[in-house]
Design a protein. Structure first.
Length: 315
């Protein structure tokens, strides 16, 4: 039998290459034909949503202290990636206003300034109300399940960065000291707190009047409007931590293909208040030489719990 020549081998190699080339072309053609299907299955949407927040703190409280809901709002944009008609992932950027309303009634104290000295007065806090509103830049990441064409459930995590913490409130205070057995000292003071910018011993930027009191022959001026750290000589950081990490669970109902209404429950995993600046309203270390160390710091955990009610649209 005649042995195959070199030319025969070359022709065979060319034939095999041609077959492989045809196979690759078929594969490429197949991919192009499947692109519409892949694109429909892996759909993307951009959306916007806005709504109201109802939020409060959970954690240990002093005797006479309560927490109640503070109102706020949120708005932002989101990007959704759908693997199929049932399951998807969503990332958002939100301006997110959350907070807490702190109320207290009971035994208390007030620190009065006389020059560089401070005087401790013990009395009764008739009413204390502080409504803190903390604005966050929130970055939620959620997994969503389309239960029905109109009903969606989702849950995930959120990275929250505090950008503007503030608070307003009022204090009604009565001193236990009788003046000549005739009447007790009573005054009302308001709060306008900017926790990032306020300084120790400082007052709000705008001018306000004072409440004049005479103690042991000396006049003491109590500001009608106080700031966050007015009673302190030194500011050891801010009251609130600059970050939070939270989990959420929610649902959306679609009124049509794009417009929806929804709600979600959000719980913060971080203790928001810094112990160094979280001071007891009820108790104080009564020392003759009063300093910032006389305040009792509260070693408790204040976690954020909030309900978000939204409406939005997806394109």
């Amino acid at each position: 039998m005649e042995k195959p020549s070199l030319l025969h081998y070359l022709k065979e190699i060319q034939a095999r290459s041609l077959i492989k080339t045809i196979g690759m072309k078929k594969f490429i053609i197949y991919i192009f034909l499947m692109l519409p299907v892949i694109t429909n299955a892996q759909d993307t949407k951009i959306g916007v949503r806005a709504g109201l927040n109802y939020s409060w703190f959970t954690g240990a409280k002093e005797v006479g202290e309560t927490f109640s809901a503070s109102n706020g709002f949120h708005f932002g944009i989101n990007y959704s990636y759908y693997f199929n008609q049932f399951f998807g992932l969503r990332a958002e950027i939100l301006y997110n206003q959350r907070g807490n309303t702190q109320n207290y009634q009971g035994d208390g104290y007030y620190i009065m300034r006389r020059g560089l000295d401070r005087i401790v007065d013990f009395g009764t806090v008739e009413d204390f109300k502080l409504d803190d509103s903390n604005a966050y830049l929130s970055l939620p990441i959620s997994a969503s399940i389309q239960v029905t064409p109109k009903f969606e459930m989702y849950g995930g995590i959120s990275f929250d960065f505090l950008v503007s913490p503030s608070g307003t409130g009022v204090l009604d205070y009565t001193s236990n000291v009788d003046i000549e057995g005739e009447y007790q000292v009573f005054f009302t003071q308001s709060f306008d707190n900017s926790y990032y910018s306020d300084v120790a011993g400082g007052l709000p930027d705008f001018s306000s009047g004072t409440i004049a009191m005479i103690v042991d022959g000396d006049r003491l001026d109590i500001p009608q409007i106080s700031a966050a750290y007015y009673l302190l000589d030194e500011k050891d950081g801010n009251k609130y931590k600059w970050y939070d990490f939270s989990v959420h669970l929610g649902t959306n109902y679609f009124l049509n293909r794009g417009f929806f209404v929804g709600a979600n429950l959000n719980y913060g995993l971080i203790d928001l208040t810094r112990n160094e600046m979280d001071i007891s309203i009820r108790e104080i270390n009564n020392t003759d030489n009063f300093t910032d160390d006389s305040y009792i710091r509260r070693d408790d955990s204040d976690h954020q719990l909030s309900i978000h009610v939204s409406m939005g649209f997806r394109f």
